[in-house]
Design a protein around this ligand. Structure first.
Ligand SMILES: *[C@@H]1O[C@H](CO)[C@@H](O)[C@H](O)[C@H]1NC(C)=O
Length: 95
């Protein structure tokens, strides 16, 4: 009796795990457009940037051309023409 309940529980459990993993795959390629930068910061924010990667954003719709860095508080939209941005991206590419 208890063995039967156990096997049913295990079966249900594995079905759940199965559903969740297939859901995960489906959500890995979202159709929505990722958030973009409507404005950039020109001030030197080198000290706030974390990590060794950045993203480039092209101007599209209400989004402006920007370099996107990571900071402790989330993404930072920076002016691609600012000297500190050029310095930092050059440094990241080198490393
Ligand atoms: C920006 O600030 C960093 C230190 O926080 C400094 O090393 C760097 O030279 C500065 N860059 C510019 C262009 O002022």
């Amino acid at each position: 009796m208890s063995v039967k309940i156990l096997s049913i529980t295990l079966l249900l459990l594995s079905v759940c795990v199965c559903c969740h993993s297939s859901e995960g795959t489906r959500h890995r390629h979202p159709a929505r457009i990722p958030p973009c930068c409507p404005a950039v910061t020109k001030g030197n924010r080198t000290a706030e940037v974390v990590g060794q990667t950045y993203r480039e954003q092209a101007a599209r719709g209400r989004c402006v051309k920007a370099i996107i860095f990571n900071t402790k508080n989330g993404q930072l939209c920076a002016d691609p023409e600012a000297q500190w941005v050029k310095d930092l991206t050059a440094k990241m590419r080198k490393e």
